[in-house]
Design a protein around this ligand. Sequence first.
Ligand code: HEC
Ligand code: HEC
Ligand code: HEC
Ligand code: HEC
Ligand code: HEC
Ligand code: HEC
Ligand code: HEC
Length: 415
Amino acid sequence: MQKRVHFNWFVVTVVIVLGITAFTRCMDRGAKQTEGNAALQAYEEFAGSNKCVSCHTDIYNKHIQTAHYQTSAPATHSNIAGSFDNDKNSITYPNGSVIKMEEKDGKFYQVAYMNGVEAKRQPMDIVIGSGKKGQSYASWNQVNLVQLPVTYFTQAQQWCNSPGYPNKIAFNRPITSRCLECHTTYAGEIIEKASSKAEGFKESEIIYGVTCEKCHGPGAKHVDYQAKNPADTTGRFILNPRSFTRDQSLDLCALCHGGKLEKTKPSFSYTAGEKLSAYFNWDTTAKVAGSIDVHGNQLGLLKSSSCFLQSATLTCNNCHSLHENNDLFTYSQKCMDCHSTEHGNFCTEKSVSLEKKKNNCIDCHMPKQASRSIAVILPGQNFITPTFIRTHHIAKYVEDTKKFIEGIENKKNRK
Ligand code: HEC
Ligand code: HEC
Ligand code: HEC
Ligand code: HEC
Ligand code: HEC
Ligand code: HEC
Ligand code: HEC
C-alpha cells in the first residue's frame, strides 16, 4: 500500500531570529499606516479572546465557529479530525514500517512500528488546521516543536504522509515561527544565539487560533481601560479595521493570504495597521491568474481581477465578514452591491433565470479550482488527487457555467 504525498503548502523560510528586545508598543495607533517599529509583540500586551466575550458577546460567539478561530489548539479528542478506530488509524510506508495513531490515558500519539516492534512514540500536542481541508499535528520536543509525520487529508477522509515529507518515517521537521505566525495569534519565542538550529517557543505563551487580537492588535490595555471606565462608550486602545485605508486592510490579510513572503524582521513583529513591506520582502507585481496557485494567495488572484483593478475601494472585507461564516447567497448579495441593472453592469448570461442567478453568482464566477500545491497520491492510485479551492480571480468561466447549468437541469430531472 503506497501513500505518497506531494503537497507542499508553503515554502517556509527559516530565518535566523535576531535578538531584539521587546518593548511595549504605542497602543493608541490611529488609522495612519506606520512603517512599523519592528518591536516584537510581548505576550503581556495580549488579553486573549476569552477576555472579550463579556462585552462583545455576539461577535465572540460567532467568531469561535470560524476556521480562523479553530485553526490551532491544544489537541483534544474532539478537535482531532482523524479516526483512532482500529481499522482506520494507521498508514503503511513503502519499506513496510507503520505509523499508528493511538489514544492512551487521554493523550494522543503517533507511534512508529518497524517489523511490528514499537520504535518511536511522539505525542500529538497541538492541532494545526481547522480540518476543513486538512490538519497537521505539532509535538513538543523540549522547547522545540516538530511537525509529526502523519497529517489528516479531509477530502479523502483519511490519514496520509505529511506535506513535503519524504516517503519514510521522519519525526524531525521543525515547526517554524512563520508557521505559527499564520496559524496562531501569538507565540512567545525563545530567542537564542544564531547557532541554535531550531526556534524555541514558550508553551505558556501561545495564543491559539487566529483570533480577535490578530486583526485588532493586542488588547490587554483596552480590556483594562474599558473595565475601569464603564461610562466611556468609546473604544480606546484598540484598532478598528473599519477605519483602515485600503492598503492597511489588504496588508493585514496578506500577512497570511498574500502568497510567498520572505521575512526581513522576526515573526510576530508586524501588527495590524502597519505596512507589511516593512516586515517582508514581497513581490507585489501583478501576475497572470494562471500562474498563481488557488491555495494561499487570495490577494494575488483578487488583484488580477477587473473587479479589483477597476474599483478604487474593493478589499477582502467587501465580501467577508470576519466574525462569522457566510453562505453563497449572502456572498452573492455583496456582488450586487456593485453589479446591478441600475449600474448598467449586471450579468449578461442569458440561460439562467434572474432569481437563480441572484442566489449564486459564485459557482460561475469564482469556481473551485484544483490546487497544484495541495494534492496527494492516494493508496492504490497512480494519479494526483488535488484539493479544490475557490479561485479569487473573478471572471467569466464558460466551462463552469455549463457545469452549473447542468447541475440545475439534473436537479430538475430528479424531482
Ligand atoms: C469591559 C468591556 C470590554 C471588554 C472586556 C472588551 N471591550 Fe472592546 N469595547 C468596549 C466598549 C465599551 C467599546 C466601545 C463601544 C463599541 O464599539 O462597542 C469597545 C470597542 C471595541 C472595538 C471598536 C473600536 C473602535 O474604535 O470602533 C473593538 C475592535 C474592540 N472593542 C475589540 C475588543 C477586543 C478584541 C477585546 C478582547 C481582547 C475587547 N474589545 C474587550 C468594551 C470592552
Ligand atoms: C480576521 C480578522 C478579524 C478577527 C479575527 C476579528 N475581527 Fe473584529 N473586525 C474585523 C474587521 C475587518 C472589522 C471592521 C468591520 C468592517 O469593516 O465591516 C472588525 C470590527 C470589529 C468591531 C467593531 C464593530 C464595527 O462594526 O465597527 C468589534 C467590536 C470587533 N471587531 C470585535 C472583535 C472581537 C471581540 C473578535 C474576537 C472574538 C474579533 N473582532 C475578531 C476583523 C477581525
Ligand atoms: C494570522 C494569519 C491570518 C490573517 C491575518 C488572516 N487570515 Fe484568513 N485564514 C488564515 C488561516 C490559517 C486560514 C485557514 C484556517 C483553517 O481552515 O485552518 C484562514 C482562512 C480564511 C478564510 C476561509 C474561512 C473558511 O471558512 O474556510 C477566509 C474567508 C479568510 N481567511 C479571510 C481573511 C481575511 C479577509 C483576512 C484579512 C482581514 C484574513 N483572513 C486574515 C490565516 C489568516
Ligand atoms: C503564509 C502563511 C502560512 C504559513 C507560513 C503556513 N500556513 Fe497553513 N494555511 C495558511 C492559509 C491562509 C490556509 C488556508 C487558506 C488556503 O487554503 O489558502 C492554510 C491552510 C493550512 C491547513 C489546512 C487547514 C484547513 O483545514 O483548511 C493546514 C493543515 C496547514 N495550513 C498547516 C500548516 C503548517 C503545519 C504550517 C507550517 C509548517 C503552515 N500551514 C504554514 C497559511 C499559512
Ligand atoms: C468579491 C467577493 C470576495 C472578495 C473581494 C474576497 N473574497 Fe474570499 N471568498 C469569496 C467567496 C464567495 C468565497 C467562497 C465561500 C464558500 O465557498 O463558502 C471565498 C472564499 C475565501 C477563502 C476560502 C477558500 C476555500 O475554497 O477554502 C479564503 C481563504 C478567502 N476567501 C480569503 C480572501 C481574502 C484574503 C481576500 C482578500 C484578498 C478575499 N477572500 C476577497 C468572496 C470574496
Ligand atoms: C466594489 C465593487 C465590486 C464588487 C463587490 C464586485 N465587483 Fe465585479 N466588477 C467591478 C468592476 C468595477 C468591474 C469592471 C467593469 C464593470 O463595471 O463591470 C467588475 C467586473 C466584473 C466582471 C467582468 C470580468 C471580466 O473579466 O470581464 C465579472 C464577471 C464580475 N465583476 C463579477 C463579480 C462577482 C461575481 C462579484 C461577487 C463575487 C463581484 N463581481 C463583486 C466591481 C465589483
Ligand atoms: C450560470 C452561471 C452564471 C451565474 C449564476 C452568474 N453569471 Fe455572470 N456571467 C456568466 C457568463 C457566462 C457571463 C458572460 C456572458 C457573455 O459574455 O455573454 C457572465 C457575465 C457577467 C458579467 C460581465 C458583464 C459584461 O458586461 O461583460 C458580470 C458583471 C456578471 N456576470 C456578474 C454576475 C453577478 C453579480 C451574478 C450574481 C448575481 C452572476 N453574474 C451570476 C455566468 C453566470
